[in-house]
Design a binder for this molecule. Structure first.
Ligand SMILES: Nc1ncnc2c1ncn2[C@@H]1O[C@H](COP(=O)(O)OP(=O)(O)OP(=O)(O)O)[C@@H](O)[C@H]1O
Length: 634
């Protein structure tokens, strides 16, 4: 028996076994609930006629191989006299697509979370690549042979088309799911990293970096994953093409291989040299998002002052122009190589047609034609692979940026990934012993608060006062655990908690508090009545309503927004309340109500109330007054 037959039996047998194992594992996953049905049974059944047609055609073609392998071109005769191994190969060739099809159907309609079906996608890539290449070989053979053979080759041409089209369809449907799942997973991962990062890191982070990373980088990486699959199919087509060329003419094959190696090598070198420009362009993206941030938040100022808007436009225009120029430069480099690559391919074809007859006198016209034909067919996928290289480099840049961004955020000790469960406490004592916080020294005016010794207890109203820039808000961030002390300690009921976990005991309203339109982290159903009562108490009942934990609006005056933030703080119901210049936006009447009624009500409910204020009229109401000067208690 010829060796090739054994190789076929081995390869097909292995694939049959792998597919059967894949089906078994998928069935176990379905039974254990790891895989859930996604589509309706009717939709799955609607694919059956297509599958039946495909497998019927495939069986017909396997049978038809007999025509090609026998000298008298009789399929029936061939299979009558076929040896047992030949029958095994034919049976496996029919069984494999059926098993693989069942595996694909199971895994597609019963998906698993975070599934990355690389092996199945690789196989589909090979199938569609072989289908693509086989079409041109069949066409070539049909032209060369003519007559009855041409008619008998037709089913194989259709099979090539079916393999290519079905392979691509199945591949792309998996790819769409995988790449979108990748973007989702990456975004969730980055979001998780951001939410667990330390506040100090986030505060120091260059503005625009998070947006670029979450938006552009995740998209670029997933878009490339998409491309990777096309590259797989093209590569298979090219490899099959080269094998075919080698069979037609060894010298022609070597020449074309040499050209492809030279073209790919120079392309790679040029793409590498453009890499620096892409890196720079990527940096400019961060700045671009910073501009967008400024545009949105500073729109009022820009709208009112045309001169400001003009200068802003110029500034943003410069940044966009710089991005455009970098990308243009990089892409121009690539365009040059694409043109040179095309020229090289044309040169090879020219050399084959004009030089080969002189160099190899034995080479017939038929061989020449086949050679040119196949090479022309390969040129498309080849150019497509080469033009994908820039995307590869850009995806690599984005991938590295995502990695570096995550490392940067997790570099400084952030919180534990598991949410901290604050133990319910009736009484609190928050102590600062020799506590110090200093801003990073990289700024000329690096400021420090401390060393500070003080204690805040339940049922106590403490005012923190002092001039602008004396360090009140910095101290508040130290107390609430937004900043980790650089020296000394902050303890809660004698226990030294991780700075990021102190927040679980504190309800804060900073002067630049952000109001979400949903009551995150609050069981609204259990507190609905309370919420309505607070709306009334805060004089917001005609302005805002709350339904299913969502505010009807947050488009309010700044004083009203602060009142709504106070409502959230009431519902948070934490043992410590910290308000940073809360009353600054309130009218005199409500300000008075805040100091004389609301604060003393919180104190009488046993809360530890810390208030940062400039309202010296009310200083007398405090149990304790902490006055700061240049970051120290005066
Ligand atoms: N993010 C920051 N990075 C570096 N330095 C900062 C930062 N925030 C504040 N500072 C420095 O800390 C000093 C104190 O600021 P802080 O906000 O604590 O003052 P404050 O007493 O709350 O002032 P105000 O009454 O104006 O709100 C500032 O003068 C500034 O130099």
């Amino acid at each position: 028996m010829p060796n090739a037959l054994w190789i076929w039996i081995g390869a097909l047998g292995l694939c049959v076994l792998l597919s059967a194992a894949g089906i078994a594992v998928a069935l176990v996953d379905i039974r254990t609930g790891k895989r859930q049905l996604l589509h309706s049974g009717r939709r799955i059944l609607s694919y059956l006629p297509f599958a039946a047609g495909f497998y019927g055609w495939l069986g017909y073609c396997v049978y038809g191989i007999g025509w090609l392998l026998t000298s008298d071109r009789s399929a029936a005769g061939f299979w009558k006299d076929a040896s047992a191994p030949e029958i095994v190969v034919a049976a496996s060739a029919c069984a494999l697509p059926v098993l693989f099809g069942v595996y694909l159907a199971l895994t597609f309609h019963y998906p698993k979370r975070r599934e990355r079906p690389y092996a199945a996608m690789l196989l589909l890539s090979i199938v569609s690549g072989v289908g693509n290449a086989s079409m041109i070989f069949v066409i070539n053979a049909a032209i060369a042979e003519g007559g009855e053979v041409r008619v008998r080759l037709f089913p194989f041409f259709v099979l090539g088309m079916l393999l290519f089209v079905c392979g691509q369809k199945l591949l792309r449907s998996r790819l769409i799911r995988m790449t979108n799942g990748m973007v989702y997973d990456k975004r969730m991962e980055i979001l998780g990293t951001v939410l667990n990062a330390s506040y100090e890191k986030m505060e120091a982070m260059e503005r625009g970096k998070i947006e670029t990373c979450l938006n552009n980088d995740t998209e670029t990486v997933s878009a490339f994953a998409n491309k990777l699959v096309s590259i797989g199919t093209w590569t298979v087509t090219i490899i099959a093409g080269f094998v075919y060329l080698a069979l037609i003419n060894g010298a022609g094959f070597l020449l074309s291989l040499g050209v492809v190696v030279i073209a790919s090598g120079s392309f790679y070198a040029i793409a590498r040299s453009a890499n620096k420009l892409w890196e720079q362009a990527r940096d400019i993206q961060n700045v671009f998002f910073k501009f967008i941030h400024d545009l949105i938040h500073g729109f009022k100022e820009l709208y009112l002052h045309r001169d400001k808007a003009r200068d802003f436009r110029e500034d943003m225009g410069d940044s966009c122009a710089s991005y455009r120029d970098k990308r243009m430069k990089a892409e121009a480099k690539i365009a040059n190589v694409i043109v040179i690559g095309d020229l090289l391919f044309a040169a090879v074809i020219g050399a084959v047609v004009f030089a080969f007859p002189a160099l190899f006198p034995g080479m017939g016209d038929g061989e020449l034609r086949s050679f040119v034909f196949v090479f022309l067919y390969m040129a498309g996928p080849l150019t497509a692979i080469l033009s994908s290289l820039p995307e590869l480099f850009q995806a690599r840049i984005s991938w590295n940026r995502i990695k570096r961004f995550s490392e940067e955020l997790s570099g400084l000790r952030g919180r534990e990934t598991e949410p901290f469960a604050a133990e319910p406490v009736d009484e609190v004592s928050l102590r600062l012993d020799e506590a110090v916080y200093a801003y990073p020294r990289n700024e000329e005016t690096a400021f420090a608060v401390g060393p500070i010794d003080c204690e805040f207890r339940s049922g106590e109203l403490v005012f923190i006062v002092g001039g602008n820039g004396s360090g009140k808000s910095t101290l508040a961030k130290l107390i609430t655990g937004l900043y980790e002390p650089k020296g000394g300690s902050v303890t809660l009921n004698g226990e030294r908690l991780h700075a990021g976990d102190i927040g679980s005991y504190v309800s804060t309203i900073f002067s630049d508090a952000y109001l979400f339109d949903r009551l995150y982290g609050i069981d609204f159903a259990a507190k609905e009545k309370e919420a309505q009562r607070y709306l009334l108490l805060l004089g917001l009942q005609d302005k805002v309503s709350i339904r299913d934990g969502r505010f009807s609006t947050t488009r309010l005056s700044s004083g009203q927004r602060k009142r709504l933030a106070l409502l959230v703080s009431y519902l948070d119901d934490k043992p410590i309340c910290l308000f940073d210049e809360w009353a600054a936006d309130q009218d005199p009447e409500y300000r008075d109500f805040f100091y004389t009624v609301l604060l003393s009500d919180l104190r009488s409910r046993g809360k530890c109330v810390i208030v940062i204020t400039h309202d010296d009229r009310y200083f007398g109401l405090a149990d304790k007054l902490i006055k700061l000067e240049m970051g120290k208690i005066a």
